[in-house]
Design a protein around this ligand. Structure first.
Ligand SMILES: Cc1cc2nc3c(=O)[nH]c(=O)nc-3n(C[C@H](O)[C@H](O)[C@H](O)COP(=O)(O)O)c2cc1C
Length: 183
């Protein structure tokens, strides 16, 4: 099973870096596969601890995937690291690189602390449609503009019907990003 989380690592100056990543759970073990080109990969090599922020706040996913946000946060419990304030839960990890054979690192992650935040509010179609669009936007090189035009059109219908202000803002963040990319 792969869970989409926002990974926070420490930059060289001690500030937090936020990036959505897939956290894979397999037979009780956790793995993370950051691209070697990412800040997350470089930060993990330098300081092998991170926080997996588990949240249904889709806007924070968009901002940390496409921009370099200054998310509101507090100190983690067991590691030097940061927890996003609007989490449902979080896990503090130590990460060991187990393979560097591809363009992605492969880290085995050992749990140091589980934390509980606010209650999960429930599944929402707007958030789900934005998540799919967002993943594609982070890999825009593999798609044509016409693909995104259709996705944005379809996501807008769902967001207007089932989302709120943060979902509208999240969709606008992706739309603006893609306009910049394809201009
Ligand atoms: C839901 C989601 C899952 C993602 N999973 C990964 C992943 O497993 N590995 C990865 O390198 N990038 C992943 N990405 C893309 C990164 O979040 C994106 O490239 C980000 O800008 C990297 O930030 P960084 O350079 O600050 O680490 C994912 C993006 C989204 C939206």
């Amino acid at each position: 099973m792969i869970y989409e989380v926002i990974v926070s690592t420490l930059n060289a100056d001690g500030s937090p870096n936020w990036a959505p990543m897939g956290l894979k759970e397999s037979e009780g073990r956790y793995f993370l596969y950051p691209y070697k080109s990412s800040h997350t990969y470089r930060n993990l090599l330098r300081f092998g601890y991170f926080v997996a922020n588990i949240t249904d706040d889709i806007l924070s996913f968009c901002l940390s995937a496409l921009d370099d946000p200054d998310l509101q946060c507090r100190q983690a419990q067991k590691i030097a690291g940061f927890v996003y304030v609007d989490v449902c839960s979080w896990i503090e990890f130590e990460a060991f690189e187990v393979s560097e054979e591809t363009d992605r690192g492969s880290f085995l992650c050992s749990v140091l602390y589980y934390g509980i935040g606010r209650p999960f509010k429930g599944y929402n179609r707007a958030k789900c449609s934005i998540m799919e669009l967002l993943i594609a936007a982070t890999r825009y090189q593999f798609y044509k503009k016409s693909f995104f035009d259709r996705c944005i059109f379809e996501a807008k219908i769902i967001v207007e019907k089932t989302g709120g202000e943060r979902e509208m803002e999240a969709l606008a963040v992706i739309d603006n990003y893609l306009k910049g990319v394809f201009s």
